[in-house]
Structures are given as structure tokens and as C-alpha cells.
Design a protein around this ligand. Structure first.
Ligand code: FES
Ligand SMILES: [Fe+2]
Length: 427
């Protein structure tokens, strides 16, 4: 590990301009990134090219498009992607670009179509992407050559990932095979969307992700901390005095939870491969505090109708992290998905979606405010924190600082990211 000289009290100024490639190769392990990674247009473009256009990106839950013809449009940097459920009920993905003269086809964030009709000269495509109708063409016009351009798409236990790459990372299917047994019992393919909230954070997308990958700051989340054990990555020796009582509670809850998982055949052991593969991930099942059932202020379920026929609601939560842009929390009664998409060097969309059983009835089985309170409040608190980080990093006085041991997943994220940039820059 390279060590960085201690910070000095001398006036700190940023070093003279260095190329993006140099900054990537000079990155100091265990420290936050240099400022241009977070503030420059050049790095945003590099991030789109090296990360968002090459990796598997989580974009939606299948529940967002339950019926044939239902669609969602997703903006990934300069790309717009249509997700649509076809007549065979499979999820397809296409570039949102007409094959005639390039007009954007669908403009709404979501909706339902019979066919996809361009608003310019009315070329008409089926939901399988085939060109069905193009008026007044010459006799030798071959419509089969002008179907919509496809985008690679995979569904994983009800979660939809796309890759804009010509050759997407080949390890997705292996990751899916290992993660699916954890997710499948929660039945997300049979879920519906109870709420979706888009939050625009005034920060670089990597600050949003870094912030998600540690709980060093979790004292800033009093609502979350009531039900969630904020013991990220601490070994027994490292637990700080202020968290000692919480840790003792965690140990008892963890023993109970493991017994429950064993009896129900639910996989629970942690798999952590965050920076050792292109489709980095981490999955873990662990207890929750208080009643141990869900992400609510008393730890009890927010939805009376559980996601599946679990014999108990007290399953804690299943946490899944996927690089580069998502995390998920699944409890017995609901699941929450988080998708992070860059909008500008200092603006990031965080799309949070709450999923409940398809037959759960709002106002009868759940109250949306109770359902969304903990994570919505937590998101808003995080937005304040990452905006503060962005403002500080934008000062010429900013110098990268060291991650603590409890921030090891932040280092994993940054290491994964730097590896992708190096691969891209080295062609
Ligand atoms: S650009 Fe779409 S039909 Fe002409
Ligand atoms: Fe947070």
C-alpha cells in the first residue's frame, strides 16, 4: 500500500493540471480520489464510457413493467434506453433512437404502448423491436434491416440490468446464479411497485456510491439506526465503545436469525466479491434490530401481506450491493431498490423503488408513509451529506483523505472503479 504524507497546515493548493490517465494511474490506495474525478466534465465522460457503457447497470424492477406493452425509459449519460415487456412477457431493451433519422421515440419515463411509433415520420416498431411500418419507401427497402437497436438485458429474480457494451461483462450469468437463491424466496417477480421516489443529489455519482458503502456516518441516520445495526465491517475488536451495547444486541439477534435461516433453508452466508470481478457484488442476510422484521421505526412489518408465504416475518434483511450503481434491501414484507445514475459531474439521480406483494392493498395492508419513511428519510439525510462532500471537494484546498477500516467497502468500490478506468484507457 502506498502511504500519503500527513496533511500539513500549510496552505493547500491543488497540483498543476494532470491528465485523466495520470490521475487514474497515480490513485493512492486507501484514500479518496483526487478532485477532478468528482468535479470535471472530462471524468464524467470517462465514467460514462468506461463504466456505464461497459458494465451491467441496474435500471428497474420488473414490477415497473408488469404487462406486455408496459415500458420504462432510462437515461444513462447521453444514452436513452427503452425497457419494454414484449408479448411473450419477456423484458426487452432498445436504444430510444428511431432507425429512420434518429428521432427519440418515447419521451415519458414510463407508460404503455401497443407499438412504438416515432413522432416524426411515424415509422412503427413492434415491442419486439421489429420495424412494422414505414410509409412511402422504395421497392427495395428492406424493413428487416431497420429494427430498433437492441441493448443487452438480463433479469435477476425480478431486477433488470442492461449493458450498453457490444460485449458485456461475461460474468453476469455466473453472478446471477449465485445471487438468485438469496433473492428468489422474496418473490420479486410477483411484486408490485408501491412507491418510487426520484431524488437528485447535488454530488458526483461516485460520492453517492461511496456514501452508501459505509456506515461510518450512520449517526446521521437516527431513524435507520433504530432498526438497522450500524456495524458495517467492524470485527469484534474494532467495535467502538458507543456501539458496544448495539453489538451485544446484534450477536443475540444474529444467533436467532441464523437458526431461522437454517430452518427455512434460506441462504445467508456473506459472499463479497466487490472488486475482484467486472460484475462486482456483495450479498448478505442479517438480522434487524427491535422487532427484527422490517425497515420501520419499530422494526415491525410495514405490509401485512408478506412478499411470500414466509412462516415468520422476522427474517431481518437481505442486502445486495452491485457495482457500479445499485443496492437493494429485502425484508419479509417489502423490498427497496436503489439505482444511481449520473446527470452531471455534480448531480446524480437516486431512484428508490418500494416493492410489495402484488396483492397487497394500499390503505388496507400498508400505509405508504410508514412503508417509505425510514429509507426516504435516510436518502434525504444522505443527500445533505454528499452535497457537503461535493462542496468541500470543489475547493482548491481539498486533498484526498484516508479511509478508515470500517470504510473498506468504499475502497472496494473505488478500486473496482479505478480498475475499470485502467482497462478502458489501456484499450
Ligand atoms: S425519424 Fe423516426 S420516422 Fe423519421
Ligand atoms: Fe447514509
Amino acid at each position: 500500500m502506498t502511504t500519503r504524507a500527513p496533511a500539513t497546515s500549510a496552505p493547500a493548493t491543488r497540483a498543476p493540471a494532470t491528465s485523466a490517465a495520470d490521475l487514474v494511474h497515480q490513485r493512492v490506495v486507501g484514500h479518496s480520489l483526487d478532485a477532478p474525478f468528482y468535479v470535471s466534465e472530462e471524468f464524467l465522460a470517462l465514467d460514462i464510457a468506461a463504466v456505464f457503457a461497459r458494465s451491467w447497470i441496474f435500471v428497474a424492477a420488473e414490477a415497473e413493467l408488469p404487462e406486455p406493452g408496459d415500458y420504462v425509459t432510462v437515461t444513462i449519460g447521453p444514452y436513452s434506453v427503452i425497457l419494454v415487456r414484449d408479448d411473450e412477457e419477456d423484458v426487452r431493451a432498445f436504444h430510444n433512437v428511431c432507425r429512420h433519422r434518429g428521432a427519440r421515440l418515447l419521451h415519458e419515463p414510463h407508460g404503455s404502448v401497443g407499438n412504438i411509433v416515432c413522432g416524426y415520420h411515424h415509422w412503427t416498431y413492434g415491442v419486439d423491436g421489429t420495424l412494422l411500418h414505414a410509409e412511402s419507401q422504395s421497392p427495395d427497402f428492406d424493413p428487416t434491416c431497420f429494427g430498433l437497436r437492441t441493448v443487452h438485458v438480463r433479469t435477476l429474480a425480478g431486477l433488470v440490468f442492461v449493458s450498453l457494451a457490444a460485449r458485456p461483462p461475461a460474468d453476469f450469468d455466473e453472478v446471477a446464479d449465485r445471487v438468485e437463491p438469496y433473492l428468489a424466496p422474496h418473490n420479486l417477480r410477483r411484486a408490485k411497485v408501491a412507491r418510487q421516489i426520484d431524488l437528485v443529489e447535488e454530488a458526483n455519482w461516485k460520492l453517492t456510491m461511496e456514501n452508501n458503502r459505509e456506515c461510518y456516518h450512520c449517526a446521521g441516520h437516527p431513524e435507520l439506526q433504530r432498526c438497522y445495526f450500524p456495524l458495517y465491517n467492524f470485527t469484534a475488536d474494532e467495535v467502538p465503545p458507543a456501539l458496544r451495547a448495539t453489538y451485544e444486541r446484534f450477536l443475540a439477534a444474529d444467533a436467532d436469525a441464523r437458526a431461522t435461516y437454517e430452518s427455512l433453508g434460506l441462504p445467508y452466508e456473506t459472499i463479497e466479491e466487490l472488486d475482484t470481478r467486472p460484475t462486482g457484488f456483495r450479498v448478505q442476510r442479517e438480522p434487524l434490530d427491535l422487532a427484527g422484521e422490517s425497515f420501520t421505526t419499530d422494526g415491525r412489518v410495514a405490509v401485512r401481506r408478506l412478499l411470500a408465504d414466509f412462516p415468520t416475518a422476522r427474517l431481518g434483511h437481505l442486502g445486495l450491493h452491485t457495482q457500479p450503481n445499485a443496492w437493494f434491501h429485502l425484508a419479509s414484507d417489502h423490498a427497496v431498490t436503489f439505482a444511481v445514475l449520473p446527470l452531471a459531474p455534480d448531480r446524480t439521480l437516486v431512484r428508490t423503488t418500494w416493492l410489495v406483494h402484488a396483492d397487497a392493498v394500499e390503505g388496507v395492508d400498508y400505509d405508504p408513509d410508514t412503508l417509505t419513511r425510514v429509507w426516504n428519510t435516510t436518502n434525504e439525510q444522505d443527500a445533505v451529506l454528499v452535497a457537503r462532500a461535493q462542496r468541500g471537494i470543489s475547493s482548491p484546498a481539498y486533498l484526498p483523505g484516508p479511509y478508515s477500516p470500517t470504510e473498506s467497502q468504499v475502497e472496494d468500490f473505488v478500486n473496482w472503479y479505478i480498475t475499470r478506468l485502467k482497462e478502458h484507457l489501456e484499450g
